[in-house]
Design a protein around this ligand. Structure first.
Ligand code: GLN
Length: 482
C-alpha cells in the first residue's frame, strides 16, 4: 500500500476503493511481512471495523479518515483486542474498554489492522526490549527500527499501513520515525489524552501520529487530539484544525539551531543530512539563528531519573493479583508478588523499577529525584529563552542512523545516550516532529527534528509540509521488504 492517508482518503471518497479492500490488502501485507511489526492480528475484528466504515460511508456519514487502515501501538487499550504493551506481564490481557485515542479513531472511522510491536512498557530505543521479539527495520533487516514505537514505524515505512499511532515519553515517536524514514509528531503534553494509554512515565508520556507525510500526521492529529475529562492532565482548549496552516509560506521563519548540536556528538553522515535539511528550510525563506540550550547536556541524566521513578510507581499495579501474569508456583502472598513480577517483567523493565525505587527512596530523594526535577525546570527555561530568538528549533533526532540489531543491547547506558536530542523535549512538555531529511551510512534514513513552543503543532506541521513539498526524501521507500 503505497498511498498516503490523504491519497487513500480521496480514493475512498471517490468510491474507487472500499475500506474492506484496503483492510484486506493491509492484512495480507502484515501477514506476509518478515518484520515482526505486529504483536496481534485479528483479521475478523479488523474486517468488522472495515465493514462498519463502509457502512458509515454508504449512509453518507463518512469523515475524512473513514476507512483508513492504521496500526495501533499495543499500548492503547482497545476493547476486545489483546493489549500487551510489549510485555509478558500483559500477554493475556484483553482490554475491557477503549483508550480515548482508540475511541476517537473509531469515531473517525479508522480501521485497526493490528497491534504494533513495541518495547516493553515503551522502555527502549530499539524495540529489542519487546517480549514478542525485535522488529526489523524495513530499510535493512539487520538493523533496528528504533523504539519504542518500532512496530508502528516499520509498518508504515514498509507500506503495510499508511499510518500508525505511537507514544513518546523520551523520543519514542520521533526516533523510530527518524530511523525508518517516516514522519511523526509528539504533541505538547496534555494535547492528546492519556486515558487508556498504558502508563510508563505519566508526566512525560504523550501519544501522537506516525505516517509518511506531515499532511497525514495533521489529518490524524485532528482525530486524536482534544480535551478529555477522563485525563486529569488533558488541557481544556478549543479543538484545532491541524491542517489549517499546512501551505503557509515560510518567509521570515526563524530557525534556531542549538549551539553544539551539530558538533562532536553527531556522526558525519547525520550532520550532513541535517545541515542539508536546514539549508533547505533557508531556501524556503527561513532564517537560521544560533540558540543556546545550556542545560540540554543534563537531559539524559534527569530523564533517566524521572522516567524510572514514575515507572516504578506506575508498574506497581502489576502484582499478579488483579490482572496480568500470575506465577504458577508460590507458597505465600509475598512470593506470589515476587515471582509474578520476576517472570512477567523483562530485564530492562526490572532495571528501571530498581532505579526508580532507589531514586525515590528517602535517603536519595533529594540527591537524585529532586535534583532531576530542578534540571527539568532549567531545561524548560532554556527553551523559553531560546523561543524568544527563534520560532522553531531544528536539529538531529539521534546521533547516528539506525543501529544494527544487538549493537546496543549489552550496555543499557549506551542505548540511553542515543536519546540525547529527544528526552529534553519531553522534560519541557513541548511538541516536536521528526521528518526525513536525507540518507546516511548504509543508505539508512536520517530524521530532522523540529521543536516548537507549546501548542505550535500546526506550525511544525506547516514547516514539515512545505519541506516535503520541496523534497522527496519522504517519498523514498525501502526496496524489497513487505
Ligand atoms: N528511549 C527512551 C526510554 O527508553 C524513550 C522511550 C519512550 O519515549 N517511550 O525511556
Amino acid at each position: 500500500m503505497r498511498g498516503t492517508v490523504a491519497s487513500l482518503a480521496a480514493e475512498l471518497a471517490a468510491g474507487s476503493v472500499s475500506a474492506v479492500e484496503l483492510a484486506t490488502e493491509a492484512l495480507a501485507r502484515a501477514q506476509a511481512s518478515p518484520l515482526n511489526a505486529f504483536i496481534t492480528l485479528d483479521p475478523e475484528r479488523t474486517l468488522a471495523e472495515a465493514r462498519a466504515a463502509d457502512a458509515l460511508r454508504a449512509a453518507g456519514q463518512a469523515g475524512p479518515l473513514t476507512g483508513i487502515p492504521i496500526a495501533q501501538k499495543d499500548i492503547f487499550c482497545a476493547e476486545g483486542w489483546r493489549t500487551t504493551a510489549g510485555s509478558k506481564m500483559l500477554g493475556n490481557f484483553v482490554a475491557p474498554y477503549d483508550a480515548t485515542v482508540v475511541a476517537r479513531g473509531k469515531a473517525a472511522g479508522l480501521v485497526t489492522i493490528g497491534r504494533a510491536n513495541m518495547d516493553e512498557f515503551a522502555m527502549g530505543s530499539t524495540n529489542e526490549n519487546s517480549a514478542f521479539g525485535p522488529v526489523h527495520n524495513p530499510w535493512d533487516i539487520t538493523r533496528v527500527p528504533g523504539g519504542s514505537s518500532g512496530g508502528s514505524a516499520a509498518a508504515v515505512a514498509a507500506g503495510i499501513v499508511p499510518a500508525a499511532t505511537g507514544t513518546d515519553t523520551g523520543g519514542s515517536i520521533r526516533q523510530p520515525a527518524g530511523f525508518c524514514g517516516i514522519t511523526g509528531i509528539k504533541p505538547t503534553y496534555g494535547v492528546v489524552s492519556r486515558y487508556g494509554m498504558i502508563a510508563y512515565a505519566s508526566s512525560l508520556d504523550q501519544g501522537g501520529p506516525m505516517a509518511r507525510t506531515a499532511q497525514d500526521c495533521a489529518m490524524l492529529l485532528n482525530a486524536m487530539a482534544g480535551f478529555d475529562a477522563r485525563d486529569a492532565t488533558s488541557l481544556p482548549r478549543d479543538a484545532e484544525d491541524y491542517t489549517r496552516d499546512l501551505d503557509r509560506p515560510l518567509d521570515g521563519l526563524r530557525v534556531g539551531v542549538p549551539r553544539g548540536w551539530l558538533a562532536d556528538g553527531v556522526s558525519a553522515d547525520v550532520r550532513a543530512a541535517v545541515e542539508a535539511g536546514i539549508v533547505q528550510l533557508e531556501t524556503l525563506g527561513a532564517k537560521r539563528v544560533e540558540v543556546d540550550l545550556p542545560h540540554a547536556q543534563y537531559a539524559i541524566a534527569a530523564y533517566y531519573v524521572i522516567a524510572p521513578a514514575e515507572a516504578s510507581s506506575n508498574l506497581s499495579r502489576y502484582d499478579g493479583v488483579r490482572y496480568g501474569h500470575r506465577a504458577a508456583d508460590y507458597t505465600d502472598l509475598a512470593e506470589m508478588y515476587a515471582r509474578s513480577r520476576s517472570e512477567g517483567f523483562g530485564a530492562e523493565v526490572q532495571r528501571r523499577i530498581l532505579v526508580g525505587t532507589y531514586v525515590l527512596s528517602a535517603g536519595y530523594y533529594d540527591a537524585y529525584y529532586l535534583k532531576a526535577q530542578q534540571v527539568r525546570r532549567r531545561i524548560a527555561d532554556d527553551f523559553a529563552a531560546a523561543f524568544a530568538q527563534c520560532d522553531i528549533i531544528a536539529g538531529p533526532i539521534a546521533p547516528t542512523v539506525a543501529y544494527k540489531l544487538g549493537e546496543k543491547t549489552a550496555d543499557p547506558v549506551q542505548m540511553y545516550l542515543g536519546d540525547v536530542y529527544t528526552t529534553l523535549v519531553n522534560l519541557a512538555g513541548l511538541p516536536a516532529l521528526s521528518l526525513p531529511c536525507g540518507f546516511g551510512e548504509g543508505g539508512m534514513p536520517v530524521g530532522l527534528q523540529l521543536i516548537g513552543g507549546a501548542f505550535s503543532e500546526a506550525r511544525l506541521l506547516n514547516v514539515a509540509h512545505r519541506f516535503q513539498q520541496a523534497t522527496d526524501h519522504h517519498l523514498q521507500t525501502p526496496g524489497g521488504a513487505a
